[in-house]
Design a protein around this ligand. Sequence first.
Ligand SMILES: Nc1ncnc2c1ncn2[C@@H]1O[C@H](COP(=O)(O)OP(=O)(O)O)[C@@H](O)[C@H]1O
Ligand SMILES: [Mg+2]
Length: 290
Amino acid sequence: MSPESATSQPSQSQPGQALPLLEVDSLTVDIDGEVGKHRILDDVSITLEPGEPMGLVGESGSGKSMTLRTILGMLPPAATVVEGEVRFRGRNILTSGSGRGYDQKVRGTGISMVFQEPAIALNPVMKVGRQITDAIAEHKGLSKRASHDLAIELMDRVGIANPERRVSDYPFQLSGGMRQRVMIAAALAQEPEILLCDEPTTALDVTIQAQVLDLFRTMQQEKGLGLLYVTHDLAVVAQLCTSISVMKSGKIIEHGNLQRIFDEPQEDYTRKLLSATPRIDDGVQLERAT
Ligand SMILES: Nc1ncnc2c1ncn2[C@@H]1O[C@H](COP(=O)(O)OP(=O)(O)O)[C@@H](O)[C@H]1O
Ligand SMILES: [Mg+2]
């Protein structure tokens, strides 16, 4: 824990209890859309323990991306947090930044995110290697040479062929799948405590997807990475996560450990999501519906 977080607001946890890594507590968010103001997150609570990999699942439009974006302090301007807190190691990061806004310092080594659409997150006029390198250099104070080498190593680990050459490409020179892998490399380079993933492997073919999931699993186990992993693919959750939260219409309607949710789902909605998924022990790769 950083000295800063040790002196800031206490959490609601009991004395002597280890603090959860992340607590989304009764989060309610409204958005001013074309059809007027409406609620997109309604009393959402999620607790992530250090090193826990959790899957966040639910149909399109249920609020998964907005939940991650609130945690990262990147809601669209039309959205307002009406109620609730997001605590990182006990500190409400929605209000502990300068000017009582989001604490930007938590982004990077604290919380990092792999977005669904890499085009949003990559700079089109910067070489991809440098985009990974910048993330490393900023947080680790590495020399130019050392961070360059690490960028190549990370590109190799996410399955980019010829990383020595690719490191000097611009995003437009790479396929969508490769750009997504660059994003993942940049997020992992920061060695965050929490990695938020928004359907990070949707654009990848099955072989690369397996490779990237392997990498997430290794990072998660070796570094004790807390993972909040959004996907519509429950087979991916089964491979990667130990717990699941199910979202519907801006609410968490069910939460539990992986086996319990797969064996005894309490909600019809969860049952329907599962019915499109082979059993965990089948080891079958799902064909995607979308
Ligand atoms: N920029 C926006 N303006 C207005 N409404 C939005 C905007 N982005 C998302 N929404 C609405 O917020 C809700 C949750 O969206 P989202 O979190 O993206 O869902 P999911 O990721 O689960 O598919 C949806 O009803 C969506 O229509
Ligand atoms: Mg989404």
